[in-house]
Design a protein around this ligand. Structure first.
Ligand code: SAM
Length: 263
């Protein structure tokens, strides 16, 4: 084992993850840009345009593990810029109050601040409180670079299915398995040496970024994850683009978009 995190028992994973994001919250956006050379922005843009928020009237969206609100911001911009829609709403949900606080600060500088279009709510994706998140509420459920951090992916998918309306869309953007062996080798070198080093230099925090790299390694392959989505009661791929694909690799699988429609 590279970093010793493998021995952490599952029940303490939540506490560990909370600690990781507590310590990186203020440097999170900077680190994202540095580690991915800004590419995460393009991936997030593709992710949101694929979902076409606002295309069929105002939508209720939930962005889980929403952190500092990158996806929420894009959803609202897309709805407004492409469809003239100022009524689509996004609930940004995260287990970590520090990340949400950063997000709230960011939104203060935008036109969405103090409107019903955005709300920040602290909650665990594995057990969304039904009082706040009733069944059949949302048109779109997004989770970007969040699901690999949770203790139980199955629980998260079950909750996603519960809070979505029938016909609603589940969409996940996550680091996945690189399929090209040469890219895979370069990527491994990069992620195991450069990322923790950048973590140390830019964020003064080596261990948290080691954890992030390790969590990418352990995430299921594209096909295995698609099967989990299907088992949770979704039609994988759905009719998002009419091509029926269960997932779309970005950059040879470094990242990947999975979608599903609630049956
Ligand atoms: N979605 C944002 C983005 O793409 O920039 C943030 C991604 S960040 C890598 C992962 C986020 O998942 C963190 O903000 C973390 O607090 C959150 N998280 C981890 N476990 C969670 C859980 N069980 N429930 C809700 N959020 C969780």
């Amino acid at each position: 084992t590279h970093f010793g995190f493998r021995t952490v028992p599952e029940e303490s994973k939540e506490a560990l993850v909370r600690g990781v994001f507590d310590s990186v919250a203020s440097s999170y956006d900077l680190m994202n840009d540095a580690m991915s050379f800004g590419v995460h922005r393009l991936w997030k843009d593709s992710f949101v345009s694929l979902l076409r928020p606002g295309s069929s009237g105002p939508m209720r969206c939930i962005d889980v593990a929403g952190g500092t609100g990158d996806i929420a911001f894009r959803i609202l911009d897309h709805a407004r810029e492409t469809h003239g829609d100022r009524e689509t709403r996004v609930d940004v949900v995260d287990i970590n109050g520090e990340m949400l606080k950063e997000g709230h600060e960011r939104f203060k500088k935008t036109m969405y601040h103090n409107t019903p279009q955005v709300a920040f709510i602290e909650a665990n994706a594995q057990a969304l409180p039904p009082e706040t998140f009733p069944d059949n509420t949302y048109d779109i459920y997004t989770i970007a670079f969040g699901i690999r951090n949770v203790t139980s992916i199955v629980d998260v998918l079950r909750e996603a299915h519960r809070v979505l309306k029938p016909g609603g869309t589940f969409a996940c953007l996550e680091f996945n398995k690189v399929t090209n062996p040469l890219i895979a080798q370069l990527y491994d070198q990069y992620s195991f040496s450069v990322i923790p080093l950048l973590g140390t230099i830019l964020a003064g925090d080596h261990a948290s970024y080691q954890y992030l790299v390790e969590s990418i390694r352990r995430f299921p392959s594209q096909g295995d994850f698609a099967r989990m989505i299907s088992n949770a009661g979704f039609a994988v791929g759905g009719d998002i683009e009419g091509d029926g694909c269960a997932w779309r690799d970005l950059w040879g699988g470094i990242a990947c978009i999975h979608t599903g429609v609630k049956l």
